[in-house]
Every structure is written in C-alpha cells, then in structure tokens.
Design a protein around this ligand. Sequence first.
Ligand SMILES: Nc1ncnc2c1ncn2[C@@H]1O[C@H](COP(=O)(O)OP(=O)(O)OP(=O)(O)O)[C@@H](O)[C@H]1O
Ligand SMILES: [Mg+2]
Length: 261
Amino acid sequence: MNNFAQPLIQLDAVTKVFFTDEVETHALAGVSLEIHKGEYVSIAGPSGCGKSTLLSILGLLDAPAAGKFLFDGQPVAHLSAAARGLIRNRQIGFIFQSFNLIGDLSVAENVELPLTYRGMKAAERKQRVQEALEKVGMAHRAHHRPSQLSGGQQQRVAVARAVAGQPAILLADEPTGNLDSRNGESVMELLRELHRGGATLCMVTHDPRFAQMADRTFHLLDGRMVKEDDAARNGRQAAVSAPHAATAGNGNNQGVTAPGA
Ligand SMILES: Nc1ncnc2c1ncn2[C@@H]1O[C@H](COP(=O)(O)OP(=O)(O)OP(=O)(O)O)[C@@H](O)[C@H]1O
Ligand SMILES: [Mg+2]
C-alpha cells in the first residue's frame, strides 16, 4: 500500500441522520477514513452502530447529511443521480448478506446483468461472465437458478457478479451473515484471494475472526469511529475518539449496480 498516493475513498467528518416520526437517529456522527487502492479494510462494531449506513454512503446508495466524500479524488456531493449511478455501476461491486440474486435469472444471467446495464457488447459480456464464474469456482453451475444452489454457492455467484465489471472497490456487508461457518470461511477465503489478486475491499462484519483478515479494521460504536486496528503495524492500536448517543436497530440497504437506480 502506498500511503502517499491519492486515496480511492476519502471521508471527512461524515454524518448521517435519519428522521422517522419523532425519532432522530444519528447513524453516523462524524466519521473520517481513507481507503487506498489495493487495501483490504473491515468495518466492525455492534448491531445498530452504523456499519451498513457507512457502507451505503461509500457505495453511493445514500448521501451524507454533512461532511466530505471524495471518490478517487472527486467530490461526489454535487453529482447528479445519473453520474452517481454511473460510478456505482462501473466502479463499485456490492456483496450483500442476503446475496440479492434474481430468482428468475440463471447464474450466468445474474452475473451478466450489471454489464448489460453498462451497455457492454454481448461477446465481451459472455467472456467476463465466464471469467468471473471461474474465479469463484461456479462455472459448472452457470445455467442453474439461484434456488438450486446452496447458500455458499449463491454468495459465490454474488461475488462473481460484483467482480465481473472489474470495479475499483468491492463493498461487502456481512457477506457471511447467512452462511454456516464452513461456507462462511470459504467465502472469506475467496475474498482474500481476490485481495491478493489486487482487489480493493471494504467489508462490514461483526465477527472479529473475519475482521482480523483485513489490513486495517475500523471499529464503529454509536456512529463514531472509536478505534482503528492496523494489522501491518502488528496490532498497534490508535485511539480515535470517544463514542456517544444513537439508537439500536437494523436497516440494511439493498441495491444492484444499475446506473440511475
Ligand atoms: N432508513 C432508515 N431509517 C431510519 N433509521 C435508520 C435507517 N437505516 C438505519 N437506521 C438506524 O441507523 C442506525 C444504524 O443502522 P445500521 O443499519 O447502519 O446499523 P448496522 O451497524 O449495520 O447494524 P447491523 O449489525 O444490525 O446490521 C440504527 O440505529 C438504525 O436503526
Ligand atoms: Mg448492517
């Protein structure tokens, strides 16, 4: 990792507030972080601390209330919905806890869909799909439906869909959350392989075993970054700031990488 290069992701004092009825939830209360190309970072913390909210912002599925967000050096706050959709479709690969595959489409068609939205020619799409399915060890199931696969296999297909477009970063929200431990470990190993192959990864998890696989781990509590573990510095920890206020709950955002969606 080259810390002097321009970060791929740069967040500065980002906040997010949700208003529902009379309740005001400060899901993110001033989060700053940088992710460099080729890095593998994880975001850890208890339920309701803002992990999915943070990932939605990183993935341009949601916008901050305040603070700065630069993607590849470019401020994203004032981009049109279409421009944000283009970045999502081309630069970001999403992997969700619940796989989010489309049941009526085959494995190959699921992987192909974001490439179709992109307007890629059929021959190149086919080749990308084949390569992505081989990478995750699922080429032999290309014509199956998602319902004919195990959970671990479905998540492998979702990973293939995320990498087929060769995005700048992969964002994964609890990718092992719906898997038993054996399948969970195998999906984590797959992500590790992708990282070794050069992929930039940001993964949300509340499993400390998996968080430790990353180069760096950001610990969130009540919408604030309370600690950053840097595996490369042999576990030396940097305290960031003290936590405060927020509510508990869940609000996973779903989304596939169609531009303008
Ligand atoms: N769309 C929404 N409307 C209102 N409140 C929301 C919304 N999305 C999230 N929240 C609230 O924001 C806070 C952070 O939620 P978030 O989903 O980011 O937590 P999380 O860390 O991902 O939790 P989990 O580990 O359970 O997935 C929670 O208090 C949640 O209730
Ligand atoms: Mg979540």
